[in-house]
Design a protein around this ligand. Structure first.
Ligand code: BG6
Length: 512
């Protein structure tokens, strides 16, 4: 344990207080998530003076790597993945408070050592424990049970005990329910922090502020004025070496009930009465629960599954999905999904939500498009004007971080000619933000006990409930209905048909 008090504060994160003293127990300390994101995020927090004054990290691994070896390993990871140049003094301060321990859930006895260490810390007044499970989902239950077994999840001594887990939360509705049940047998809901890394993105958090801190959007944010909503999360990345994981997962499970539904719920929720975790999370859960259940026939009609074939993305040649490592040669796993959903409530009745996500596509693009209804054309009937362009409000998450409003304007000249133009707000033009991992806010919020950005059990289940009919229908359909698309394109043609049959179009992935 070291004193993290320091005069250096070079980070642009605007947070006001340092969290209470705590011990950060990092399971999977030698794994990918810890290397790429958790340690660099802790470093950024250290640099911003946002770690507790009395703070320590216990890196827990099944094999029990010696502390020095763990330091060397994590330092190499920090140098590789840091989002800004590493200040050695800050890194040393952080690393001085990292120790290593062996904790193997298949040998629950090994957790006694962890308990002894934590008990020792209590004597030096570090009573709060954050257990970060940076491990595959199969580890969530055994690790939590082993922790509960030695009594270190119990809050009755006045210290807080928090469990942090990261998606996937189950692979379908039944397994998500079982996982929630297992965790809630051991701890209370307020102790569980379920991370969806999309909620660590500033632009995603900004959706709430855009909608509810501005008086002009809410009055028109409903079926009377909005024609439809498009949610796009496309990637140029192919499956790479993740074939094993991806074969069992597919684009729908990997992206929709979590990341795309986070965007959907922020865009579609009703205004919460308070900006607190209970109110915000209740509204989000409510809107997810209102996603209309579709029959098997409807799901097949309202969804498109695609799988990429060899192609070129920019200068990069991408092989066929079925030729990727650990992928079956006759795989029917989808690498692309497009779907049309309806939300059964007064605000959204009759407003379709079109979602699409996929790998090996033309562009990396995460955005939400709110397309407003067209103005009545009648007034321009006798003029040269042939048509209006769309009024789109585009919330750009990646790579463009900002908000764009498209509207019609008169082209200068003697005739009435109308063209579509854009009003743009780009984060980088207004704010100077130090590059971050996206985990800083999430980890900081865990430490201060603010769970507004974390998923509650009911919304996880509501998300799975909405996608379960698609999973079932596709499983039954097998290869039938699986479309192909060439890597580097905008996805299968059938996805265009899905939206075009309603007289609408996807926003193009070309350009910005
Ligand atoms: C992860 C998925 O949750 O999100 C990956 O498992 C995907 O397959 C990633 O590539 C996308 O995240 P981002 O932040 O790059 O859009």
């Amino acid at each position: 344990m070291i004193n993290m008090n320091t005069e250096m504060n070079t980070n642009a994160m605007v947070k006001s207080k340092r969290p209470d003293s705590c011990c950060f127990v990092l399971f999977g300390a030698s794994g990918d998530l810890a290397h790429r994101l958790v340690i660099p995020a802790l470093y950024n927090l250290a640099e911003a003076d946002l770690l507790p004054e009395r703070f320590c990290v216990i890196g827990a691994t099944r094999s029990g790597v010696p502390t020095q070896a763990l330091h060397d390993d994590l330092m190499a990871a920090l140098n590789k993945y840091a989002t800004r140049p590493v200040n050695q003094a800050t890194a040393n301060r952080l690393f001085n408070c990292i120790t290593s321990i062996r904790a193997d859930p298949s040998e629950p006895g090994s957790f006694e050592h962890l308990k002894a260490q934590l008990d020792g810390l209590c004597e030096s007044d570090i009573r709060n424990h954050l257990y970060y499970l940076a491990v595959p989902p199969a580890g969530f239950k055994p690790i939590s049970e082993a922790l509960a077994g030695v009594g270190v999840l119990d809050e009755s001594d006045g210290g807080w005990r928090r469990l942090v887990v990261e998606k996937p939360f189950g692979t379908d509705l039944a397994s998500a329910r079982a996982l929630n049940r297992d965790l809630l047998n051991l701890v209370d809901e307020h102790q569980i922090y379920r991370i969806d890394h999309y909620l660590g993105k500033e632009t995603v958090q900004n959706i709430l502020v855009l909608r509810f801190a501005n008086g002009m959007f809410e009055p028109i944010w409903n079926r009377n004025h909005i024609d439809h909503v498009q949610i796009t999360v496309t990637e140029t990345l192919d499956v790479g070496r993740r074939g094993n994981f991806y074969e069992a997962t597919g684009a729908l499970r990997d992206m929709v009930p979590n990341h795309l539904f986070q965007l959907l719920s922020l865009v579609a929720m009703d205004p919460p009465s308070l900006f607190d975790a209970h109110s915000v999370r209740s509204e989000k859960a409510e809107v997810l629960a209102a996603i209309q259940r579709q029959t098997e026939q409807e799901t097949l009609r309202n969804s498109i599954r695609g799988q990429y074939r060899a192609g070129r993305i920019g200068e990069r040649e991408v092989g066929d999905y079925r030729a990727a490592k650990d992928v079956e040669t006759n795989s029917v796993t989808e690498t692309y999904v497009a779907m049309k959903l309806a939300i059964d409530n007064w605000r959204w009745a009759g407003v379709p939500f079109y979602l699409r996500t996929g790998k090996a596509l033309k562009a990396k693009r995460t955005e939400v498009v709110i397309r407003f209804k067209r103005a009545p054309f009648s007034m321009f009937r006798e003029t040269e004007v042939e048509r209006f362009s769309q009024n789109d409000l585009v919330i750009g998450i990646e790579p463009t971080e900002g908000v764009t409003l498209q509207f019609n304007t008169k082209v200068p000249g003697p005739q009435v000619v109308i063209d579509g133009v854009e009003m743009k707000f780009n984060y980088k033009d207004y704010f100077k933000v130090a590059p971050a991992t996206g985990y800083e806010t999430l980890i900081y919020d865990c430490m201060i006990g603010d769970n507004i950005l974390f998923q509650r059990a009911d919304s996880v289940e509501a998300g799975w409930q909405a996608v379960q009919p698609f999973l079932d229908a596709w499983k039954k359909a097998g290869a039938e209905g699986l479309c192909e698309y060439k890597a580097g394109t905008q996805g299968p043609d059938a996805a265009d048909d899905l939206i075009q049959r309603d007289g609408r179009r996807w926003r193009s992935l070309a350009g910005t």
